[in-house]
Ligand binder design. Sequence first.
Ligand code: CIR
Length: 259
Amino acid sequence: MAHNGNQVAMTRGVSPAMARCELTHLGRQTLDVDRAERQHAAYEVCLVSLGCRLERLPADPDLPDCVFIEDTAVVVAEVAVITRPGAPSRQRETDAVADALAQFRTLLRIEAPGTLDGGDVLRVGRVLYVGASGRTNAAGIAQLTGRLQPFGYTVVSVAMSGCLHLKTAVTAVTDGTLLVNRSWVDPAAFAGFQLVDVDPAEPWGANVLRVGDALVYPTAFPRTRARLEALGLDVRLVEVDELAKAEGAVTCCSLVLTA
Ligand code: CIR
């Protein structure tokens, strides 16, 4: 097994109620929970192969979207900010995650009336770009700024539209390079970065999970993958199409942190 410092990947099991997940941009399709579980298990194996120690929280049968653990916290080196997810059905997801994160970080919180989903937070170095999405409101962004500025972080609010979270539209593939779908976010917000566009046939292809120098990436976007590989990037494939029926992708299924 590779070693990646003291990297921990916190994950949470697939809820047996996942078929009742929140949906915003997709119609409800038949969801095979067993297949979603198998895909999630293979995703976890991929993270372990990249040197992460797995910290796996059990699923909650009353929380259909609990597998999408990314939305419940923003973890930086110094602290973890427990979010207040924008979908009311998801707000109780934070309890178990906060309990588990307390062994690694001092906890801070987003409080009402603020809402914030971790999927809207793209951190590159000490800058956090935060999508003003349907889930994350101005109060949530202001609170995140207040919690993290004392540690030297800058929080930048980013306008976006047409997709669920900022990281549906843009993620970092290196510290200087972003993978982006320009129809959902204006890249003017990211001056100074090299930009790689998703292939026009793969609008959902902008969500990449970086673990060390490796990129965990869905099998579903071969054209965009070729663009990443052409840059010499180390792409590790996972099949997540069943999870994608619930509008989830690769970043949303883990919180990767240094212990
Ligand atoms: C939701 O609508 O909240 C879930 N069905 C999907 C959340 C995906 N989260 C993410 O991409 N960070």
